[in-house]
Design a binder for this molecule. Sequence first.
Ligand code: ADP
Ligand code: MG
Length: 797
Amino acid sequence: MEQQAQAASPMVTAYRDLKARHPDFLVFYRVGEFYEILETDATRVSQMLGLQLTRRRRKDAPDIPMCGVPSGRAEEATERLLRAGYHVALSEQPEEPGGDRPLRLLTPGTSVQDAVLDARAPNGLVALYALGAVVGLAAIDLSTGETMSCAVAPQQLSAALARTTPREIVVAQWQEGGEEMAKAVRASGVPVQRRENSEENLPDLLQEAYPDPALLRGLSEAERAALGSLLSYTKTMVGRLPTAMLSPRHLMMGDVMEIDAPTLQGLEILTDATGRRDGALLHVLDRSVTAAGTRLLVRQLAAPLANPEQIRRRLSLVRHFVENPRQRGDCREALGAMPDVLRAAGRLSVGKATPLDLGAIRDALGQAWTLAEILSPVSAVVPGLKPIVRDLEQMRQGDALALRETLRRALIAQPERDIADFVKPGFDRELDAARAARDEVAEALTQLQAQLAEQTGVRSLKIRRNALIGFHIEVSTAHASGLTSPFVLRQGLASSARFTHPALDDLAAKTETASTRIQAIEEALFKNFVQQALVLRDGLARMAHAAAALDLVAGLAQAAAEGGWVEPTLDHAPHLDIEQGRHPLAENLLEAEGRTFEANDCVMSADRRLWMLTGPNMAGKSTFLRQVAVIVIMAQIGSFVPARQARIGIVDRLFSRIGAGDRLVAGQSTFMVEMLETAAILTRATHQSLVILDEVGRGTSTHDGLAIAQAVMEYLHDTIQARALFATHFHELAVTATPMPHAVCMRMDDAEGRHGELFTYKVLPGIAAQSFGLKIAALAGIPTSVIERARYLLQAR
Ligand code: ADP
Ligand code: MG
């Protein structure tokens, strides 16, 4: 023990101490201009960031691996580590010697540095709290300060999580229903923090964050508990609570289409199978010109609307902008110049704002003004525009107007993060006076230098300043002996000598006074502006939401115009009537190759609600199934759709499963995964739901798989009575559908395309012939004699 304690320096001891308290974090320990990282963390960080790994040598003890990150590069370094899924603890230098070392804990969900955030993705931190039979869910986007909450049954959790697009989940309480909850959390694939916050007083935290109890009206116990845990976690991580919070938005599960995580992934809604965005539906639909517009679209796609009134209202806005391309262009241009004011306001709330954010608010207020001017004349005729225009108009009155005027007069054109020099000359008389004093002293210093050079005859004499000795006079060593009293030698170097002088000391003190004064005034002004902006936070947030909503509909209109899409009609009837539908992404891909996409109808009704689609491999089954689901999603977010005509009976829950054969899942047996997911559908689907099963049941021996697939199909058809689309290349399975009264057998055409394509990609009535495997084999170049033999064997069976 004795020896070990001796071997470890105080820093190493302190480092180990921190690491013991925060074992899940990579610890960065600030020493002067560097953050030092030791031991296993050093090995990891040096690998991750490609830094030199060095060793700290010790007497009588093994060397300690270490690496260093210059403080100027720390933000970039932590950003890369957070992106890679690590958490970072920054131990800063104490404000005064011997004081406490401030600690900053950074995790993906709690980081509010813009650089870390993907500005186009909502940056959700979610807390869950199980209370009896319900799970309270609270979500915050710390970068914008927006919160949401809901209380759901454990079985709904997966869909609720998918809607909040979390980057990090905090689980405060596991109870009954913990199984389901754990499953949903695991399925989301998001990093999880477990926390016991029994010792913390959640009601006090809630009261602190929401001083006005009206803000929390209508929240259930479970939601309050989740919100409390969320705040407690935020406080630990960020060091303080966000202030001036808006009421949490209530996530109403009934008003939206539920889409669970496997469906979102399988249909490639937000990201494609490889995790990238450009192969996803989001990419085809997203013509937003602001990051907030894209964030809103992401949220919509994760949870489309299910209320026909709301959908029609959004469609009417999209229609307006489809029909008025000039106005659409004007709005998009104004929006494009609008900074991300929600993120700026979010930083205001957590006390991390900089002059850059004030500049963003000023510019956003200006753009809101322009937008209000463009839209005011039409808001009377387009009802959906009214609330948007109202929230924009509000920024032309009262405190908002005053703030805009102040910021316009006060801020320089391009404020930076640094507070120094963010105020324009002429705005504040005292500041101008202090700056003039600073300039005067600077001038006096120049004169003094000339004067001393003249007096001493040393023409190369220079007045300089450094961190160690402050202002001093520097001459080369050769001239040093010529400088006598009142010059006082402070430092002799190899090639130069440094002196002080009473006249210089006097000016140095004046410089100091002037800069302290300037700094104080600038800081006071900054605080004052931040205060004024904070008062307007709600209005700014509403304005930002209005702008995002506008960007969403104008963007959807733009996509509709580019794609030649049509406006769908929506009702509650259990049908789907899509005439000449296309898959927008597949269509784009084919067009890029100079080919055309074959459009197909999909007419489902109460008596034709289960479609059994057969066809050879590569004939277009999967594409057709996805296209139907994608068109329904597009319609329910209020977008136009790629079809000649579409009537959509609102879908309350959408399920899509792609057979294990088409996918790779790590860890679990693929068949088990398939069955778990199928079980989820059979327990969750209602007669208003749409279920898409693509080659499900392939993960096991053909016999089992077919039997299970048939039983699932019968249950969907007889008991749940949902609309369902099955695709299979098993002829036998399709045959079992024929006696079902509300089932329809359809097939992909197995004829060759007219221009030498493999198939025509047409959906036709009936069941596909059995011998299509032979056709593919022949196309692939298998010798004719082998094909003939196979044909013989097939017939003999
Ligand atoms: P399956 O599921 O029957 O094996 P896919 O839906 O995966 O077939 O389609 C295979 C390929 O056929 C696609 O990658 C696409 O290139 C082409 N394809 C599918 N549907 C169409 C269509 N409607 N029009 C044109 N090409 C299509
Ligand atoms: Mg397929």
